[in-house]
Design a protein around this ligand. Structure first.
Ligand code: SF4
Length: 755
């Protein structure tokens, strides 16, 4: 299946698309499956089924209410759930639109070619598995199992991780990892010997001061945190928001610092300077728990607020004032670690600076700062040891980046390019629940990597850009129709939450566990699947901790007692998991590995003449490209706007709601236009573009077009505009905030993109 150009296929599909209607087909296959193989629908008269929301990664637990005919009526929060406290956010409430969306992938598809035209053909699951088995075995024979890589996201990912590890490939990465959490985790691990994971253990409900840097709580619907921030606002607490954009949370803050983008580290270092020089830091805490204070104190002397004013454009007086507010509230001050923390290529150092600031304020392990979370330990099901692959993601990423904790998708795709001549070639991709063409940067490179693959499988609920590049497309059931691993995320109290199928999967979609197991059996991995139904695994796991599926179907969430205190006692001896056993203000690991042991400010340059910095981010009603097509959420926001400062509008002669295109410094012009919103809420040197729009994924199935019809061609894709990626040396994190665009009031008829 390798002799075609996938890019051509997309062009063919797009050209043939206009005016073709969809005809959704219901299939009886899954009904049979459930009657014969599954027991997943609650068989009692109960109409309340436990779920874990997957509209975003906060994974709130809730209840699905349905009538006797299996029509879902509503989804609400589970009162016992610490992620949601019984309330779902508006996105989560609208989650059932994912189930009802008639643009969903409906049947397994395989690519076929007829008279030079490529298209997809609907097939049975067994036919799709035939193709997968044949091609995965062929890649193994030709290159080794390691050359088949897995890219995944969300709760469905672990099913395919298990499959790949059992087969013998550990070449895998989570596209969001290198952009979202990897640099932050590295920065905190280097400082405290512990990462933060999700949800972050920030004790906002007891805090007096919260500092948010490029952190959009409220647009990022981190439910529990949004609720705690609301109580902080109600209590009259201090909220200091640092953001070039007047975000939702900035509008509720006591202070907004509209920083010059790319200079955040300068501000953080100057805050340290003030805290230390004005003796506002927590001396007892620093003396007892930290290592390297004298070195840090000397190191930050040059980073005065007056110096930082010239770099950040924030007046020195405001830097002094906010540092004093933070110091006065300490240790009940949280400098929030944020998410999506890969920005400018020095992001481990920037998040290290955030970790160090919190240490100076004495907030780690303190009430109103960061609590010590606890997590329920669930035993894993028994299976033979995974075979040891000859090479893995570590050979691709870990050797380059000492603090890499997972595969860097961009680097895995580098090894998938035709020009890659090294020993760790990627020749096949298995992509589960992620769309790399929207979720990771450098579209041109990704397309070349995709074109160079001998086999691609896509598992997803919706057709997106990546679907058009697949050889086999497998329709996955939505979170409301499937069973997944138990949620055991750490929190104030250890807990477990169950996602149970509320209804049978629509069309011919199937749950990820079922798909992974069936492929595993085709590949001869029977020893790794000694169960027939994933429910058996969960029941066994729950019984090891004194619960059961029976109980969890009734309760949805179960809380367990803590084993250790949530906060440090006054003067308590405490051993941190670092080389020195202390919070390392001077990192001995970073020093040993040749990185800066303390954060050093480095300029990232200025916005090129004639361009504006591209700032992208979420809207409150949407999470990913996939959620945009959800009819409930789409109703709330169908089209994005480009935020433009009035000064910029004046220069370009723009009017509110005018249609414009964007062009990046490499000459790439956006595929679609966007309407302008002129607002003082964005700095004059930047524009803001909501993430996930500009979808151009279309596939031909049996001569008809399938697409996300509510989002196709609406707005501009930020990923399409991003051409410059700054790599964080410690982790491989892919910073995408050093990208620029200019505004075009008319679309050029021909565009040239420089390579
Ligand atoms: S925060 Fe909202 S969208 Fe995210 S998991 Fe919770 S309810 Fe769902």
């Amino acid at each position: 299946m390798s002799n075609f150009n996938r890019r051509d296929f997309i062009k063919i599909s797009g050209a043939s698309a206009a005016g073709v209607a969809l005809t959704p087909k219901l299939s009886g296959v899954f009904q049979n499956f459930f009657q014969k193989e599954g027991k997943h629908l609650l068989e009692s008269d109960a109409v309340k089924v436990p779920t874990v929301c997957e509209v975003c990664f906060w994974n709130c637990a809730g209840w699905v209410y349905k009538d006797q005919e299996d029509n879902i009526k509503k989804i609400i929060g589970n009162d016992d759930d610490p992620h949601s406290n019984g309330r779902l956010c508006p996105r989560g409430t609208g989650g059932l639109g994912m189930y009802y969306d008639d643009d969903r992938l409906k049947k397994p598809l395989i690519r076929v070619e007829k008279e030079g035209q490529q298209s997809f053909k609907e097939v049975s699951w067994e036919e799709a598995f035939d193709v997968i088995e044949k091609n995965m075995k062929a890649i193994d024979k030709k290159y080794g199992k390691e050359s088949m890589a897995l890219l995944f996201h969300g709760k469905t990912g672990p099913h395919f991780e298990h499959l790949f590890k059992a087969w013998g490939s550990d070449t895998m990465g989570e596209p969001a990892g290198a952009q979202c959490l990897i640099t932050r985790e590295a920065g905190f691990i280097a400082t405290y010997g512990a990462g933060l994971a999700s949800p972050e253990p920030t004790d906002v409900r007891n805090a007096d001061c919260l500092v948010l840097i490029g952190n959009h709580i409220g647009e990022n619907m981190h439910n529990g945190h949004v609720q705690e921030v609301s109580t902080l606002i109600d209590r009259g607490g201090e909220i200091i928001t640092v953001d070039p954009r007047f975000s939702t949370v900035a509008s509720h803050s006591t202070t907004w610092l509209p920083i010059k983008p790319s200079t955040d580290l300068a501000l953080l270092l100057s805050w340290m300077n003030v805290l230390i020089n004005e003796n506002l830091y927590d001396k007892d805490y620093v003396e007892q728990y930290t290592y390297g204070f004298d070195l840090l104190a000397e190191h930050v002397q040059k980073y005065t607020p007056e110096w930082a004013e010239g770099v950040t454009t924030i007046p020195a007086a405001d830097i002094y004032k906010t540092a004093r507010i933070m110091g006065a509230a300490a240790p009940k001050t949280i400098v929030h670690p944020g998410r999506h923390t890969a920005w400018y290529g020095d992001d481990t150092q920037r998040t290290r600076a955030i970790a160090i600031l919190n240490a100076l304020l004495g907030s780690w392990g303190r009430k109103g700062g960061f609590y010590f979370p606890e997590k329920l330990k669930l035993p894993k099901e028994a299976h033979p040891p995974f075979p040891k692959p000859k090479w893995s993601w570590k050979d691709i990423s870990k050797k380059k980046h000492k603090l890499a904790i997972m595969g860097i998708t961009n680097e895995i795709l580098d090894n998938a390019l035709p020009e890659y001549k090294g020993p760790h070639k990627v020749k096949g991709l298995f992509i589960a629940a992620t769309n790399p063409l929207q979720s990771i940067p450098d579209e041109a490179k990704i397309k070349r990597a995709l074109d160079n693959q001998e086999f691609i499988v896509v598992v997803d609920t919706m057709p997106s850009e990546i679907t058009g590049y697949a050889d086999v497309v497998l329709p996955e059931a939505t979170y409301l129709e499937r069973l997944d691993h138990l949620r055991t995320a750490h929190h104030r109290q250890p807990n477990v939450a169950l996602r149970y199928p509320a209804v049978m999967p629509k069309y011919d979609s199937k749950p990820g566990w079922w798909i992974a197991r069936k492929i595993g059996l085709r590949l001869g991995l029977d020893d790794f699947y000694e169960w027939e139904d994933f429910e058996e695994v969960l029941d066994w796991q729950l019984k090891q901790v004194g619960s059961s599926m029976e109980e969890m179907k009734k309760e949805g969430v179960k809380l367990f007692p803590r084993n250790t205190p949530m906060y440090l006692e006054d003067g308590e001896e405490y051993w941190f998991n670092t080389n020195t056993g202390k919070i390392e203000l001077f990192s001995t690991d970073l020093d040993e590995w040749g990185y800066d042991p303390m954060p050093v400010y480095k300029s990232h340059g200025d916005v090129p003449a004639g361009f504006l910095r591209l700032i992208y981010g979420r809207l409150p009603m949407h999470t990913f490209g996939r959620t945009l097509n959800n009819p409930n959420l789409n109703d709330l926001k169908k089209e994005p706007n480009l935020w433009v400062n009035p000064k910029v509008a004046n220069i370009y002669g723009l009017e509110n709601n005018q249609e414009v295109w964007l062009q990046n410094p490499k000459g790439k012009v956006s595929s679609f236009p966007i309407h302008v919103r002129i607002t003082e809420r964005i700095r004059h040197d930047s524009v803001f573009l909501p993430h996930g729009f500009g979808n151009k994924g279309r596939i031909m199935v049996n001569g008809k077009v399938e697409e996300m019809s509510r989002t196709y061609g609406r707005g501009i894709s930020d990923a399409e505009m991003i051409s410059n990626i700054e790599i964080d040396p410690e982790t491989g994190g892919t910073g995408m905030r050093n990208n620029f665009v200019t505004i075009l009031t008319e679309k050029p008829t021909k565009t040239e993109e420089k390579s």
